[in-house]
Design a protein around this ligand. Structure first.
Ligand code: IYR
Length: 241
């Protein structure tokens, strides 16, 4: 039960502070248009592998990271670290290490069916996006946290939480008018070493962010339609009940 009402409607529930959830008023009808507009914008997002070298302000990347960090997370632990790299020498090192691993992947480590699945996307071991994009954001998953005294803090649903934050990162880049790619060099352990991350942080994905190159091509793919991805139980009564 809520007890007492403080400033700004702040109350205590079982001793924990709660505040009113404030959103702009929206009618049910309006939600259709808003959802449609968002879907339209989302449809225009593509994974981009050809970037312009044009710079993007650090302030833009800061806002994108903060937007990603609004993601839901297990017990609100926010178990992620975003390492944003613009330094050209570090980008070259990341590219060289990623390409070394990918050379092995594409010439033996990946089975034939995987290579065939990737063929329509035109990927190979050459990762120009890692040096062309002005920024690469390396996302790390924190297996646990550390409190102010250096004691371990437990994290929950780490991979699910970080995955959601990455989705929001990509969406934030798109909303800013930028292109992004979720790139997973495999294995990724070299990233922690290269970027000096502590051992409780594990590299999760590399996200180059920037403007697409003017002559950027993307694979001519189609997205699954609603009937392929959605299932509805929205009748009032189920027959036989
Ligand atoms: N990590 C490799 C291979 C790769 C795998 C998948 I699944 C992709 O959707 C794309 C690429 C690479 O980055 O090339």
């Amino acid at each position: 039960m809520a007890q007492g009402s403080g400033e700004g409607g702040r109350v205590l529930r079982e001793g924990h502070p709660f505040v009113p959830y404030q959103t702009e008023p929206v009618t049910a009808e309006e939600t259709i248009w808003r959802a449609t507009a968002h879907r339209d914008a989302s449809e225009r997002r593509r994974s981009v592998r050809e970037f312009d070298r044009r710079d993007v302000p650090r302030a833009t990347i800061e806002q994108i990271l903060l937007a990603a960090s609004t993601s839901p997370s297990g017990a609100h632990r926010q178990p992620w670290t975003f390492v944003a790299v613009r330094n050209p020498a570090i980008k070259v090192k990341i590219r060289e290490a990623a390409e070394e691993e990918e050379r092995r992947n594409y010439s033996g480590r990946m089975p034939e069916d995987w290579l065939a699945a990737l063929a329509p996307l035109g990927t190979d071991e050459v990762k120009t996006h890692l040096t062309d994009a002005p920024w690469i954001v390396v996302v790390f998953a924190q297996k646990h946290g550390l409190d102010d005294h250096g004691e371990r803090v437990k994290h929950y649903y780490v991979r699910e939480s970080v995955g959601m934050a990455c989705g929001m990162l990509v969406a934030a880049a798109h909303a800013a008018g930028l292109a992004a790619l979720t790139h997973t060099p495999s294995p990724m352990a070299f990233l922690g070493e290269l970027l000096g991350r502590p051992s409780h942080e594990q590299a999760y994905v590399v996200v180059p962010i920037g403007f697409p190159s003017p002559d950027c091509l993307v694979p001519d793919i189609r997205r699954k339609d609603l009937a392929e991805v959605g299932v509805f139980f929205d009748v009032d009564r189920i027959e036989g009940d």
